[in-house]
Design a binder for this molecule. Structure first.
Ligand code: H79
Length: 487
């Protein structure tokens, strides 16, 4: 449309209509918020970097993980097509469990592959989103319990490259994009449950009870002919793998678990193993969406999701608000852990836009306040986390734990970062400690203007300038004498 016509139209028509006439009249997708349905051309494949050398020590091995704090979990599989609905009826529960919850036979469920064609998938866009959200690693489902490989597997034809019209390997494309962006890349792999295989755990509706598979040797056959060879492929063909995220270790004896450990160590000694293999890994995984009430020693990670499902469900748009995600991230970091936060892309290959937008808001905050999060140490306090109610009881009739959400503290030698979520009228009351305070300033203040502290009756109050505050949270840096807090 020429400019003259456009401007004369603009006089007569409302702006939105002009935009529609100018840019094409696409309606907004009610599921993911996307306006476009245009397919994205596949990237040209370039060589991937080699796997990393063996780390010199466990500390060396864990270094990137301890620095990272925030990762993107992606649950993507055939289940994103039914998206929580089977034969016109909603199926309760988490979306990636639909095959189990609706007891769908393998013969029917596997037909989902024939229509899976996520033509809007854009690895570059996903990785850019993760980077902009301030996430340092990505973990994607290479195979979930449904048994479908989301990469080009030579071990089983039940994979996205061979069994779908898409005929591409999104894992390969993501590996390449991650390498380009300096984002670590790892895999979720469901080692025990595989509802597609007669010997895999979990599918009792087609293949009978699991203990029979264990006794007959079918389970070991599944492990040795599918799970182990697929883990071998993932560690051989996709460049450096930062971690493997095993899950639900059903019938995973020490011996069976050790075979996976040996495989990972032999192929990529720098690759971490999560806490759900069935034998001990490199770090502890908390329960799904479970944030501990206090600091935990050692290395650990909270797997959690942006809404109430992991795989995409069309009727779950209850995204966590940016302020909630930010609180959880700082809360977890202050307790010594990492936050692996999940999104479920659609069958078109789109991460729902509102979910993206909330993550990007967190990323903008982190751009300013990154020093308080990445590589930062635990809180030296603890009273900020919460306390047990003197009145209310939990479901086990024990005193109910009430979480406080006013502030969290992270640390570095000689520095405390108080991330303040709720600033009282009188300012922020510093917790008691003996160290002399050298300087106090807002992390968002490039000039690091010192904020005076007023002390009355041994209570130290800091009153940050109100005009420059972020609506979600503000980080007060307190530089102290001595590396550690003395109380
Ligand atoms: O991948 C995500 C979940 O699918 C997976 N872990 C996260 C990271 C997971 N596997 N099992 N579980 C979580 C526990 C599942 C419990 C339930 Fe159910 C699934 C509750 C409702 C559906 C199984 C089926 C138990 C009751 C019905």
């Amino acid at each position: 449309m020429n400019t003259k016509l456009k401007s004369s139209l603009a006089l007569l028509l409302p702006l939105s209509l002009v935009a529609a006439l100018t840019y094409g009249c696409s309606t907004k997708c009610t599921m993911c918020g996307s306006r476009s349905t245009a397919s994205v051309p596949p990237p040209v494949l370039t060589p991937l970097p080699p796997a990393l050398p063996a780390p010199a020590s466990q500390d060396d091995k864990m270094a990137w993980f301890r620095e990272a704090k925030f990762g993107l979990f992606i649950h993507w599989g055939l289940y994103c097509q039914p998206a929580g609905e089977w034969q016109g009826k909603p199926v309760a529960g988490i979306g990636e469990w639909i095959m189990n919850r609706a007891q769908i036979p393998v013969s029917e469920y596997s037909r989902l592959a024939t229509t899976f064609n996520p033509v809007q998938f854009d690895a570059e866009a996903w990785v850019q989103m993760a980077e902009d959200a301030g996430m340092k690693y990505i973990v994607i489902t290479s195979k979930h319990h449904e048994g479908f490989a989301m990469y080009h597997s030579l071990v089983s034809p039940y994979n996205i490259y061979d069994a779908t019209p898409f005929h591409r390997d999104p894992i390969r494309e993501l590996a390449q994009a991650c390498a380009r962006h300096g984002i670590k890349f790892g895999f979720y792999y469901s080692q025990a449950q595989d509802w597609h295989e007669p010997g895999g755990a979990g599918n009792t509706w087609d293949f009978g009870p699991d203990d029979a598979k264990d006794k007959s040797g079918a389970y070991d056959k599944y492990l040795q002919t599918k799970a182990e060879p697929q883990v071998r492929e993932l560690l051989s063909n996709y460049g450096p793998v930062c971690l493997i995220w095993f899950d639900t270790p059903r019938m995973m004896t020490k011996e069976r678990g050790q075979r996976f450990v040996d495989l990972v160590h032999s192929l990529q000694p720098a690759c971490l193993i999560d806490g759900r293999l069935g034998t001990s890994g490199d770090y502890v995984s908390t329960g799904d969406n479970v944030i501990p009430n206090a600091t935990l020693d050692g290395d650990w990670e909270v797997p959690a999701t942006m809404n109430h499902t992991w795989g995409f469900k069309k009727d779950d748009t209850d995204w966590k608000a940016p302020s909630d995600v930010l609180f959880k991230l700082v809360d977890i970091a202050s307790k010594g852990g990492n936050y692996l936060l999940n999104v479920g892309p659609t069958s078109q290959g789109i991460i729902p836009l509102e979910c993206q937008s909330n993550l990007l808001t967190v990323g903008r905050w982190l751009k300013v306040n990154h020093e308080a999060v990445y590589g930062a140490g635990r809180s030296p306090f603890g009273e900020e986390f919460g306390d047990y109610s003197t009145k209310l009881k939990d479901k086990n009739n024990k005193p109910l734990y009430l979480s406080y959400t006013d502030w969290r503290c992270t640390s570095r030698p000689g520095k405390l970062y108080f991330t303040i979520f709720k600033l009282g009228r009188d300012g922020f009351e510093l917790p008691a400690f003996k160290n002399e305070i050298k300087r106090t300033y807002l992390l968002s203040d490039a000039s690091q203007t010192d904020i005076p502290i007023t002390t009355t009756n041994n209570v130290r109050l800091v009153q940050p300038p109100r005009n420059s505050l972020n609506a979600m949270a503000n980080v007060l840096v307190v530089e102290i004498n001595g590396d550690q807090v003395e109380r």
